[in-house]
Design a protein around this ligand. Structure first.
Ligand SMILES: [Zn+2]
Length: 361
């Protein structure tokens, strides 16, 4: 009975041990994948890492990527495009200051001539043109009510064109760069002295060569009619003392050439208004220093190749007034005066009006 009970007990014990062993094996097999799976807490920390990591990587990329990106292949050799020593563009250095002018304006009153206006402001009549370039093309614009810019110093107001440099502008006006930069209101700052296209800078000391001038139109008067301050007599006197004819009037030469020493006085042939007094250009290109007088009655007289001009555009002269000196400027083969008389733009023979005996030279 003891043995039998003992046998029965052992059988139960072995069976239990077997069940426990099998259970333990099953538990181990079943639970081993669970160990590698993250717990809830682990998942949370992982997801935080996933969010945070790109931020960290991004900041690292900014630092590191240039060195990687700067390596390129050139002829199959790695080439480092190292630009860390290049100037870091500072936008402030590229903003040029704009010119800061503060000009007076003058409203033209009836009867005012360029020199009358210029005298008021202690500038030259050329500076009047220098500040108002449109007067050059539109000389009739100098009429009552016209607004003129008055430059504070003698010079020219220049609108900067794209592509222009201080060097090119200085050369165009025959002044130095220093003179342009020294004019404070131009706001040209070192080190770049940068010009801004479509702004205007003042070129001190510069002049514009041409100044055509005609008398102001009558305000409200018959369209286009000009009211001259002075009207000529219609009779002309010799502008020089010489009668030495080096070339007569003919269809290929619309005036007379009178030979005489350089520096001889030239006189106005009749009363009139100086409409041109400058180095000739454009259609007058070979006239050298030229004076044109409009006599207000359809007549104009021209005095060419001068060595000296002693009148200014807009100036009223009377018959016999000294206006300049003879010379040899422009297309001229020797000292002489080229003299023309034009009636309503038709170039007539001056000897027809001047008369008197002449001599061939
Ligand atoms: Zn001639």
């Amino acid at each position: 009975m003891d043995e039998q009970n003992n046998f029965g007990f052992r059988t139960i014990l072995y069976w239990l041990l077997g069940v426990v062993a099998i259970g333990a094996f099953i538990w181990q097999v079943a639970s081993s994948p669970e160990v590698s799976e993250p717990s809830l807490a682990q998942e949370e920390s992982l997801s935080i890492q996933l969010v945070e990591e790109p931020v960290v990587e991004t900041s690292e990329e900014i630092v590191e990527r240039p060195s990687e990106a700067n390596v390129t292949l050139f002829n199959n050799l790695p080439t480092i495009n190292e630009d860390s020593l290049a100037l870091n563009p500072n936008p402030r250095t590229y903003q040029a200051k704009l010119p800061n002018h503060n000009f007076l304006t003058h409203t033209v009153e009836r009867g005012e001539t360029p020199n009358i206006i210029a005298d008021q402001y202690n500038i030259t009549s050329e500076t009047l043109l220098g500040g108002n370039p449109w007067l050059n093309q539109e000389s009739n614009a100098l009429q009552s009510g016209a607004e003129l810019v008055i430059l504070p110093v003698d010079g020219v107001l220049h609108e900067v064109q794209p592509g222009e440099t201080l060097e090119s502008i200085a050369e165009d006006y025959d002044v130095t760069i220093d003179e342009i930069v020294a004019y404070a209101s131009n706001n040209l700052e070192p080190p770049f002295f940068r010009l801004v296209p479509e702004t205007e800078i003042l070129i001190p000391g510069a002049t514009v060569g041409q100044f055509y001038w005609t008398a102001p139109k009558t305000v409200g008067g018959g369209g286009g009619s000009q009211q001259w301050q002075i009207v000529g007599t219609g009779f002309f006197t010799w502008p020089i003392t010489s009668r030495c004819m080096t070339q007569y009037y003919w269809y290929g030469h619309p005036g007379i050439d009178v030979g005489l020493p350089e520096g001889s006085s030239v006189l106005a042939a009749d009363h009139g208004t100086i409409t041109y007094a400058s180095w000739a250009s454009g259609s007058y290109y070979d006239y050298g220093n030229l004076i044109v007088i409009n006599h207000g009655n359809g007549f104009e007289t021209l005095y060419a190749h001068l060595s000296s001009i002693n009148v200014f555009p807009g100036q009223i002269v009377r018959q016999g007034d000294f206006i300049g000196l003879t010379g040899n400027t422009g297309r001229s083969s020797g000292p002489h005066l080229h003299f023309e008389i034009r009636l309503n733009d038709f170039r007539d023979d001056p000897l027809f009006y001047l008369g008197g005996p002449v001599q061939n030279c």
